[in-house]
Design a protein around this ligand. Structure first.
Ligand code: GDP
Ligand code: ZN
Length: 364
C-alpha cells in the first residue's frame, strides 16, 4: 500500500461490471485488480484503490505469451498479488474493451498505444505543419480500435478568427459529424469545452504527432506543469531515467487521460474496418461500382471516380483513402509473415515444455 498518493476508488479508475465479469471468468478470486498506469522497460506501474505498485508479469505469463498483445499495456486491468509494500506481480490481463494500436518500426510490429479507452482526442495544431491527412490517419486508428474520436484543433492563438472558421468548415466537410473542439493551451481558449467533455471514471487518450501540444493541454487539464520524466518514487533507482512511452494522469474532477509522448508518425495497422467507417461516402459509392473488386483507380464503371470527377467527392479525401488502403494492404501481407513466425515460436515453446517434462518438471 502506498500512503503518499491520493486514494481513488477502482470504479473511478474505470472499473465496472464488464471487467468484473472478466475477472470472474478468469477465476482469479484470490487476486486483486489494478490498472496499468505506466509502462517501463520490463515493469509496470499499476494502481488500484489501495495505492500504486511497481509490478512485473510472472514467469509463467511470459512463458505463455506469443505476441506483444499478450503483455499488459497502459489502460489494462490486470490481476495482481501484492508481494511487499509497493511491489506486486501481475498474473493476467482482464479482457479489453477497446484497444488502440499502430504499426511501428521497420518490421511493421504492432504497438498497443492504450487500452480500455472511452474517447480519443485526436490533436492537430493549426500553423505550419497542419495536415488533414494525418488527422485522417489518427481518426482511422481510433475508429479501428472501437474508440470514439473527438477532433482537437490546437494552437488557435496562432491564427485569426476568420482562418479558424475556415479550418473548422473544412474539417466538417471532410470528417462529417465528428465533434470538433478548438483550443489554445497558450491562452486557455476552448479549455472549458474540453474539460466539459471529460467525465469521472472515463479514460481519454491523446493522439497526435509530437509538437501539436498534447502535453501542454494535459498540463492545462491537470492545472499544473507535470514533469514528464518523473521519478517513479518507489525507493529505487530502477526506472528513474527510463523514458516512459505512455502515462496515465488522474484529473481532479475524476477523468483519466493518457499521453503519448514521442509519437512522430503513425503507421496503419490492418485498419480496413476503420478506413471503411471513416470513408463511409466512398464505401457507399464503391458498392455501386461495376466490378465488386474495383480498386477505384482506373476501372471502367467506377462510381468513386465519377463522383471525384463531378466534385461530389473531395479530392484530398480520395487520395488519402487510396494511400491508406495501400498501407493497410501492405500491413496485412507482412502480418501474414508475422503470424507464421508466431506459429514457429509456439512450436518452439511446445518443444521446450516437452523437454522440461521429460526432465521431471511436472508443472509444464
Ligand atoms: P506534444 O509533443 O504534442 O506533447 O506537444 P507539447 O505540449 O510539448 O507542445 C509543443 C510546443 O508547442 C511547445 O513549445 C508548446 O509550448 C507549444 N504549444 C502547445 N500548445 C500551444 C498553443 O495552444 N499555442 C501555441 N502558440 N503554442 C503551443
Ligand atoms: Zn470503383
Amino acid at each position: 500500500m502506498n500512503s503518499k498518493i491520493e486514494k481513488i476508488k477502482n470504479e473511478d479508475l474505470g472499473y465496472d461490471a464488464f471487467f468484473e465479469s472478466g475477472r470472474r471468468e478468469l477465476e482469479s478470486n484470490d487476486f486483486s485488480v489494478a490498472r496499468v498506469a505506466v509502462e517501463y522497460k520490463g515493469a509496470y506501474k499499476v494502481r488500484n484503490e489501495n495505492g500504486e505498485y511497481l509490478a512485473k508479469v510472472t514467469g509463467k505469463q511470459m512463458f505463455e505469451s506469443s505476441s506483444r498483445e499478450d503483455f499488459p499495456a497502459v489502460g489494462d486491468w490486470v490481476t495482481i498479488t501484492e508481494l511487499e509494500p509497493e511491489r506486486a506481480v501481475i498474473h493476467g490481463i482482464l479482457p479489453r474493451k477497446t484497444m488502440i494500436k499502430r504499426k511501428h518500426g521497420k518490421r511493421d510490429e504492432t504497438q498497443i498505444i492504450a487500452t480500455n479507452i472511452n474517447v480519443a482526442f485526436v490533436v492537430e495544431a493549426v500553423g505550419r505543419d497542419y495536415n488533414l491527412n494525418r488527422f485522417e490517419r489518427y481518426l482511422a486508428i481510433a475508429d479501428d480500435g472501437g474508440v470514439k474520436p473527438v477532433i482537437i484543433l490546437n494552437k488557435t492563438d496562432l491564427i485569426s478568427k476568420e482562418e479558424l472558421d475556415l479550418k473548422i468548415a473544412e474539417l466538417k466537410k471532410r470528417f462529417g459529424d465528428t465533434e470538433i473542439i478548438a483550443t489554445s493551451a497558450k491562452n486557455s481558449e476552448g479549455l472549458k469545452e474540453l474539460k466539459a467533455r471529460i467525465s469521472k471514471g472515463k479514460t481519454y487518450c491523446f493522439l497526435g504527432s509530437s509538437g501539436v501540444g498534447k502535453s501542454s493541454l494535459i498540463n492545462e487539464l491537470l492545472g499544473e506543469k507535470v514533469i514528464k520524466t518523473e521519478d517513479i518514487s518507489l525507493g529505487t533507482n530502477r526506472g528513474k531515467h527510463t523514458t516512459t512511452n505512455r502515462e496515465m494522469y488522474f484529473l481532479k474532477n475524476g477523468g483519466i487521460v493518457i499521453d503519448n509522448p514521442g509519437m512522430r508518425g503513425v503507421g496503419m495497422t490492418n485498419t480496413s474496418v476503420g478506413i471503411n467507417n471513416l470513408f463511409d461516402q466512398i464505401t457507399a459509392l464503391s458498392k455501386k461500382c461495376k466490378f465488386s473488386d474495383c480498386a477505384h483507380i482506373s476501372e471502367p464503371g467506377c462510381k468513386v471516380l465519377s463522383a471525384l470527377k463531378s466534385g461530389e467527392l473531395d479530392k484530398g479525401k480520395y487520395l488519402n483513402y487510396i494511400n491508406l488502403k495501400k498501407e493497410a494492404e501492405h500491413y496485412e501481407l507482412t502480418n501474414l509473415e508475422k503470424r507464421k513466425k508466431d506459429r514457429e515460436f509456439g512450436k518452439f515453446i511446445k518443444k521446450a515444455k516437452k523437454e522440461l517434462r521429460e526432465h521431471g518438471h511436472k508443472n509444464y
